[in-house]
Design a protein around this ligand. Sequence first.
Ligand code: FES
Length: 346
Amino acid sequence: MANFHNLNIKKIVRETADSVVISFEIPTELLTKYEYSAGQYISLMLDIDGVETIRDYSICSHIDEDLSVGVKKLKNGLMSSFLNSSIKVGDSIKVSEPRGRFTIQGNLNCIIAIAAGSGITPIMSMLKQVLLNTDKNFYLVYSNKSEKTTMFLSQIKELKNQFQSRFFVKFVFTSKDVASHHFGRITETNIFDMLKFPENKFKLLQSSIYICGPEKMIDNISLSLEKGGLLKENISYELFSSSKKDNLVSSESGDVLVTFTVDDFTSKVKSSKKKTILDTALDNDIDAPYSCNGGVCGSCIGKLTKGEVKMLNNTVLTESEIEDGLILACQALAVSDELDIDFDDV
Ligand code: FES
Protein backbone atom coordinates (compact mmCIF):
# COMPACT_ATOMS: atom_id res chain seq x y z
CA MET A 1 0.00 0.00 0.00
CA ALA A 2 1.04 3.57 -0.53
CA ASN A 3 2.06 5.70 2.47
CA PHE A 4 -0.90 7.69 3.79
CA HIS A 5 -0.92 10.73 6.09
CA ASN A 6 -3.77 12.75 7.56
CA LEU A 7 -4.11 16.08 5.76
CA ASN A 8 -6.60 18.86 6.43
CA ILE A 9 -8.74 20.25 3.64
CA LYS A 10 -7.70 23.85 3.07
CA LYS A 11 -10.07 24.88 0.30
CA ILE A 12 -12.97 23.49 -1.73
CA VAL A 13 -13.87 25.19 -5.01
CA ARG A 14 -16.88 24.15 -7.06
CA GLU A 15 -15.72 23.82 -10.66
CA THR A 16 -18.96 22.72 -12.33
CA ALA A 17 -22.33 21.48 -11.05
CA ASP A 18 -20.83 18.02 -10.59
CA SER A 19 -17.16 18.63 -9.87
CA VAL A 20 -15.00 20.22 -7.18
CA VAL A 21 -11.35 21.05 -6.67
CA ILE A 22 -10.11 20.09 -3.20
CA SER A 23 -6.88 21.62 -1.84
CA PHE A 24 -4.93 20.23 1.09
CA GLU A 25 -2.80 21.79 3.78
CA ILE A 26 0.53 20.02 4.15
CA PRO A 27 2.35 20.28 7.50
CA THR A 28 5.95 21.46 7.17
CA GLU A 29 7.35 18.12 8.30
CA LEU A 30 5.56 16.35 5.42
CA LEU A 31 6.41 18.81 2.65
CA THR A 32 9.14 16.66 1.10
CA LYS A 33 6.89 13.59 1.10
CA TYR A 34 4.32 15.49 -0.97
CA GLU A 35 6.69 16.77 -3.64
CA TYR A 36 5.36 15.64 -7.01
CA SER A 37 5.74 15.89 -10.76
CA ALA A 38 2.97 17.29 -12.92
CA GLY A 39 0.69 14.45 -14.03
CA GLN A 40 0.97 12.35 -10.85
CA TYR A 41 -1.90 11.36 -8.58
CA ILE A 42 -2.73 10.81 -4.93
CA SER A 43 -5.08 8.29 -3.32
CA LEU A 44 -7.70 9.35 -0.79
CA MET A 45 -8.85 6.95 1.91
CA LEU A 46 -12.19 7.57 3.61
CA ASP A 47 -14.57 5.69 5.82
CA ILE A 48 -17.91 6.04 4.05
CA ASP A 49 -20.85 4.45 5.85
CA GLY A 50 -18.49 2.10 7.66
CA VAL A 51 -16.69 1.00 4.49
CA GLU A 52 -13.02 1.86 4.02
CA THR A 53 -12.87 3.31 0.52
CA ILE A 54 -9.76 4.26 -1.48
CA ARG A 55 -9.80 6.13 -4.79
CA ASP A 56 -7.08 7.73 -6.90
CA TYR A 57 -7.34 11.35 -8.03
CA SER A 58 -4.98 13.19 -10.33
CA ILE A 59 -3.28 16.30 -9.04
CA CYS A 60 -4.43 19.38 -10.96
CA SER A 61 -2.26 22.01 -9.25
CA HIS A 62 1.04 23.56 -10.24
CA ILE A 63 3.92 22.51 -7.97
CA ASP A 64 3.98 25.99 -6.36
CA GLU A 65 0.25 25.92 -5.55
CA ASP A 66 -1.52 24.06 -2.73
CA LEU A 67 -1.72 20.35 -3.54
CA SER A 68 -5.14 20.01 -5.21
CA VAL A 69 -7.20 17.36 -6.94
CA GLY A 70 -10.18 17.68 -9.24
CA VAL A 71 -13.08 15.33 -8.45
CA LYS A 72 -15.95 14.81 -10.84
CA LYS A 73 -19.05 13.15 -9.43
CA LEU A 74 -19.55 9.81 -11.15
CA LYS A 75 -22.82 7.98 -11.56
CA ASN A 76 -22.96 5.57 -8.58
CA GLY A 77 -19.53 6.87 -7.52
CA LEU A 78 -19.38 6.35 -3.75
CA MET A 79 -16.27 8.44 -3.08
CA SER A 80 -16.80 11.06 -5.80
CA SER A 81 -20.37 11.71 -4.58
CA PHE A 82 -19.16 12.00 -0.99
CA LEU A 83 -16.38 14.43 -1.94
CA ASN A 84 -18.80 16.54 -3.97
CA SER A 85 -21.34 16.94 -1.18
CA SER A 86 -20.22 15.84 2.28
CA ILE A 87 -16.84 17.39 3.06
CA LYS A 88 -15.91 20.79 4.44
CA VAL A 89 -12.82 22.92 4.94
CA GLY A 90 -10.89 21.69 7.99
CA ASP A 91 -11.89 18.04 7.61
CA SER A 92 -9.01 15.59 7.90
CA ILE A 93 -8.58 12.97 5.17
CA LYS A 94 -6.03 10.20 4.74
CA VAL A 95 -4.03 11.14 1.64
CA SER A 96 -1.31 9.02 0.03
CA GLU A 97 2.02 10.41 -1.03
CA PRO A 98 1.99 11.31 -4.76
CA ARG A 99 2.73 8.57 -7.27
CA GLY A 100 2.36 7.84 -10.97
CA ARG A 101 4.29 7.61 -14.20
CA PHE A 102 2.09 9.84 -16.37
CA THR A 103 4.58 12.70 -16.26
CA ILE A 104 6.25 14.89 -18.85
CA GLN A 105 8.96 12.83 -20.50
CA GLY A 106 11.65 13.52 -23.04
CA ASN A 107 12.93 16.71 -24.49
CA LEU A 108 10.63 17.35 -27.41
CA ASN A 109 9.78 20.99 -27.80
CA CYS A 110 6.08 20.62 -28.28
CA ILE A 111 3.51 19.07 -25.98
CA ILE A 112 0.14 17.93 -27.31
CA ALA A 113 -2.56 16.88 -24.86
CA ILE A 114 -5.86 15.22 -25.67
CA ALA A 115 -8.31 15.11 -22.77
CA ALA A 116 -11.93 14.19 -22.28
CA GLY A 117 -14.05 15.08 -19.24
CA SER A 118 -12.23 14.75 -15.92
CA GLY A 119 -9.23 13.46 -17.88
CA ILE A 120 -8.23 17.12 -17.88
CA THR A 121 -7.07 16.99 -14.23
CA PRO A 122 -3.48 15.70 -14.70
CA ILE A 123 -3.26 17.69 -17.94
CA MET A 124 -3.99 20.93 -16.00
CA SER A 125 -0.96 20.30 -13.83
CA MET A 126 1.18 19.58 -16.91
CA LEU A 127 -0.18 22.62 -18.73
CA LYS A 128 0.76 24.99 -15.90
CA GLN A 129 4.14 23.31 -15.50
CA VAL A 130 4.97 23.66 -19.20
CA LEU A 131 3.72 27.25 -19.56
CA LEU A 132 5.14 28.61 -16.32
CA ASN A 133 8.43 26.71 -16.17
CA THR A 134 9.53 26.07 -19.77
CA ASP A 135 9.45 27.79 -23.15
CA LYS A 136 7.71 24.85 -24.88
CA ASN A 137 4.48 25.15 -26.84
CA PHE A 138 1.34 23.41 -25.60
CA TYR A 139 -1.56 22.29 -27.80
CA LEU A 140 -4.70 21.04 -26.06
CA VAL A 141 -7.70 19.24 -27.56
CA TYR A 142 -10.33 19.01 -24.82
CA SER A 143 -13.69 17.29 -25.16
CA ASN A 144 -16.80 17.71 -22.98
CA LYS A 145 -20.55 17.54 -23.30
CA SER A 146 -20.95 21.31 -23.15
CA GLU A 147 -19.29 24.45 -21.79
CA LYS A 148 -21.30 24.07 -18.59
CA THR A 149 -19.75 20.68 -17.82
CA THR A 150 -16.19 21.71 -18.72
CA MET A 151 -13.84 21.61 -15.75
CA PHE A 152 -11.26 24.43 -15.53
CA LEU A 153 -12.87 26.32 -18.43
CA SER A 154 -12.10 29.78 -17.05
CA GLN A 155 -8.56 28.85 -15.96
CA ILE A 156 -7.81 27.50 -19.42
CA LYS A 157 -9.16 30.65 -21.06
CA GLU A 158 -7.05 32.81 -18.73
CA LEU A 159 -3.91 30.80 -19.55
CA LYS A 160 -4.76 31.12 -23.24
CA ASN A 161 -4.82 34.92 -22.89
CA GLN A 162 -1.66 34.96 -20.84
CA PHE A 163 0.36 32.69 -23.16
CA GLN A 164 -1.09 33.57 -26.57
CA SER A 165 2.01 32.66 -28.53
CA ARG A 166 2.61 29.30 -26.82
CA PHE A 167 -0.74 27.84 -25.77
CA PHE A 168 -3.36 26.75 -28.28
CA VAL A 169 -6.60 25.08 -27.28
CA LYS A 170 -9.41 23.44 -29.19
CA PHE A 171 -12.65 22.80 -27.28
CA VAL A 172 -14.78 19.94 -28.55
CA PHE A 173 -18.41 19.67 -27.40
CA THR A 174 -20.45 16.53 -27.86
CA SER A 175 -23.98 17.62 -26.97
CA LYS A 176 -24.16 21.22 -28.10
CA ASP A 177 -22.89 22.98 -31.20
CA VAL A 178 -21.11 26.07 -29.86
CA ALA A 179 -19.97 28.77 -32.28
CA SER A 180 -16.23 28.70 -33.03
CA HIS A 181 -15.77 25.35 -31.27
CA HIS A 182 -15.87 21.80 -32.56
CA PHE A 183 -18.98 19.67 -32.35
CA GLY A 184 -18.83 15.88 -32.11
CA ARG A 185 -16.47 13.35 -30.61
CA ILE A 186 -12.74 12.82 -30.85
CA THR A 187 -12.35 9.57 -32.73
CA GLU A 188 -9.62 7.53 -34.35
CA THR A 189 -10.76 8.76 -37.75
CA ASN A 190 -10.84 12.51 -37.03
CA ILE A 191 -7.91 12.74 -34.61
CA PHE A 192 -5.46 14.00 -37.25
CA ASP A 193 -7.94 16.74 -38.25
CA MET A 194 -8.43 17.61 -34.58
CA LEU A 195 -4.68 18.09 -34.27
CA LYS A 196 -4.60 20.68 -37.05
CA PHE A 197 -4.46 24.09 -35.40
CA PRO A 198 -4.58 27.33 -37.41
CA GLU A 199 -1.46 28.40 -35.53
CA ASN A 200 0.21 25.06 -36.26
CA LYS A 201 3.88 25.39 -35.51
CA PHE A 202 4.57 21.81 -34.58
CA LYS A 203 5.69 18.77 -36.43
CA LEU A 204 3.39 16.06 -35.16
CA LEU A 205 6.04 13.38 -35.46
CA GLN A 206 8.34 15.41 -33.22
CA SER A 207 5.87 16.08 -30.42
CA SER A 208 5.15 14.42 -27.09
CA ILE A 209 1.51 13.40 -26.85
CA TYR A 210 -0.41 12.91 -23.60
CA ILE A 211 -3.90 11.40 -23.67
CA CYS A 212 -6.25 11.15 -20.72
CA GLY A 213 -9.87 10.06 -20.80
CA PRO A 214 -12.05 6.99 -21.26
CA GLU A 215 -10.31 3.73 -22.06
CA LYS A 216 -11.93 3.29 -25.47
CA MET A 217 -10.92 6.77 -26.61
CA ILE A 218 -7.34 6.21 -25.48
CA ASP A 219 -7.08 2.79 -27.13
CA ASN A 220 -8.47 4.03 -30.44
CA ILE A 221 -6.58 7.30 -30.61
CA SER A 222 -3.20 5.94 -29.58
CA LEU A 223 -3.50 3.13 -32.13
CA SER A 224 -4.43 5.61 -34.81
CA LEU A 225 -1.50 7.90 -33.93
CA GLU A 226 0.91 4.97 -34.03
CA LYS A 227 -0.44 3.93 -37.43
CA GLY A 228 0.10 7.53 -38.51
CA GLY A 229 3.81 7.19 -37.75
CA LEU A 230 4.12 8.54 -34.21
CA LEU A 231 6.62 6.70 -32.09
CA LYS A 232 5.06 4.69 -29.28
CA GLU A 233 7.54 6.14 -26.80
CA ASN A 234 6.28 9.66 -27.55
CA ILE A 235 2.69 8.78 -26.65
CA SER A 236 1.73 8.62 -22.96
CA TYR A 237 -1.69 7.97 -21.61
CA GLU A 238 -3.52 7.74 -18.32
CA LEU A 239 -6.62 5.67 -17.75
CA PHE A 240 -8.77 6.49 -14.76
CA SER A 241 -10.25 3.02 -14.71
CA SER A 242 -9.91 -0.16 -16.63
CA SER A 243 -12.43 -2.74 -17.69
CA LYS A 244 -9.73 -5.26 -18.21
CA LYS A 245 -9.35 -7.01 -14.85
CA ASP A 246 -12.38 -9.17 -15.54
CA ASN A 247 -10.54 -10.68 -18.52
CA LEU A 248 -7.81 -12.14 -16.34
CA VAL A 249 -8.22 -15.86 -16.81
CA SER A 250 -5.25 -18.18 -16.58
CA SER A 251 -4.91 -21.20 -18.82
CA GLU A 252 -2.32 -22.56 -16.35
CA SER A 253 -3.33 -24.96 -13.62
CA GLY A 254 -1.75 -26.17 -10.40
CA ASP A 255 0.11 -24.30 -7.70
CA VAL A 256 2.98 -21.86 -7.64
CA LEU A 257 5.49 -21.14 -4.89
CA VAL A 258 6.04 -17.38 -4.70
CA THR A 259 8.81 -15.66 -2.75
CA PHE A 260 7.95 -12.00 -2.10
CA THR A 261 10.36 -9.31 -0.95
CA VAL A 262 8.63 -6.21 0.44
CA ASP A 263 10.29 -3.60 2.67
CA ASP A 264 13.37 -5.83 3.16
CA PHE A 265 11.16 -8.65 4.40
CA THR A 266 10.99 -11.96 2.52
CA SER A 267 8.10 -14.41 2.67
CA LYS A 268 7.32 -17.59 0.76
CA VAL A 269 3.74 -18.61 -0.01
CA LYS A 270 2.00 -21.31 -2.01
CA SER A 271 -0.90 -20.25 -4.19
CA SER A 272 -3.01 -21.21 -7.17
CA LYS A 273 -1.81 -20.20 -10.64
CA LYS A 274 -5.35 -18.94 -11.25
CA LYS A 275 -4.77 -16.02 -8.86
CA THR A 276 -2.96 -12.84 -9.80
CA ILE A 277 0.33 -12.24 -8.05
CA LEU A 278 -1.19 -9.26 -6.23
CA ASP A 279 -4.16 -11.31 -4.99
CA THR A 280 -1.73 -13.98 -3.78
CA ALA A 281 0.20 -11.36 -1.82
CA LEU A 282 -2.88 -9.71 -0.31
CA ASP A 283 -4.55 -13.01 0.58
CA ASN A 284 -1.42 -13.84 2.57
CA ASP A 285 -1.25 -10.45 4.35
CA ILE A 286 1.84 -9.43 2.41
CA ASP A 287 1.98 -5.65 2.19
CA ALA A 288 2.51 -5.43 -1.58
CA PRO A 289 1.95 -1.96 -3.05
CA TYR A 290 -1.17 -1.44 -5.13
CA SER A 291 -3.91 1.02 -5.83
CA CYS A 292 -6.24 0.60 -8.82
CA ASN A 293 -5.98 -3.20 -9.02
CA GLY A 294 -6.85 -2.79 -12.68
CA GLY A 295 -3.56 -2.44 -14.60
CA VAL A 296 -3.85 1.32 -14.79
CA CYS A 297 -1.82 3.10 -12.14
CA GLY A 298 1.51 1.27 -11.97
CA SER A 299 1.53 1.17 -8.15
CA CYS A 300 1.97 -2.61 -8.09
CA ILE A 301 5.16 -2.77 -10.15
CA GLY A 302 7.53 -5.46 -8.92
CA LYS A 303 10.66 -7.08 -10.28
CA LEU A 304 10.51 -10.71 -11.31
CA THR A 305 13.91 -12.17 -10.44
CA LYS A 306 13.01 -15.83 -10.95
CA GLY A 307 10.39 -17.68 -12.98
CA GLU A 308 7.90 -16.67 -15.62
CA VAL A 309 4.58 -14.84 -15.55
CA LYS A 310 2.20 -13.64 -18.19
CA MET A 311 0.52 -10.26 -18.06
CA LEU A 312 -2.72 -10.20 -19.95
CA ASN A 313 -3.14 -6.44 -19.76
CA ASN A 314 -0.43 -3.85 -19.54
CA THR A 315 -0.95 -0.17 -20.21
CA VAL A 316 1.92 0.96 -18.01
CA LEU A 317 5.23 -0.82 -18.63
CA THR A 318 7.36 -0.35 -21.74
CA GLU A 319 8.81 -3.30 -23.61
CA SER A 320 12.29 -2.61 -22.28
CA GLU A 321 10.98 -2.46 -18.70
CA ILE A 322 9.34 -5.85 -19.21
CA GLU A 323 12.63 -7.17 -20.60
CA ASP A 324 14.27 -5.89 -17.40
CA GLY A 325 11.89 -8.08 -15.41
CA LEU A 326 9.31 -5.53 -14.28
CA ILE A 327 5.74 -6.78 -13.91
CA LEU A 328 2.37 -5.40 -12.88
CA ALA A 329 1.48 -7.69 -10.00
CA CYS A 330 -2.24 -7.03 -10.38
CA GLN A 331 -2.12 -8.25 -13.98
CA ALA A 332 0.42 -11.07 -13.67
CA LEU A 333 -0.39 -14.77 -13.52
CA ALA A 334 2.20 -17.46 -12.81
CA VAL A 335 3.38 -19.65 -15.66
CA SER A 336 6.32 -21.36 -13.91
CA ASP A 337 6.05 -23.34 -10.67
CA GLU A 338 8.29 -20.95 -8.73
CA LEU A 339 8.54 -17.17 -8.74
CA ASP A 340 10.68 -14.62 -6.90
CA ILE A 341 9.21 -11.11 -6.88
CA ASP A 342 10.96 -8.13 -5.38
CA PHE A 343 8.88 -5.00 -4.72
CA ASP A 344 11.87 -3.13 -3.27
CA ASP A 345 14.12 -3.28 -6.35
CA VAL A 346 12.03 -1.16 -8.74
S1 FES B 1 -2.49 -1.79 -8.90
FE1 FES B 1 -2.64 -0.28 -10.44
S2 FES B 1 -1.55 -1.19 -12.10
FE2 FES B 1 -1.60 -2.75 -10.62
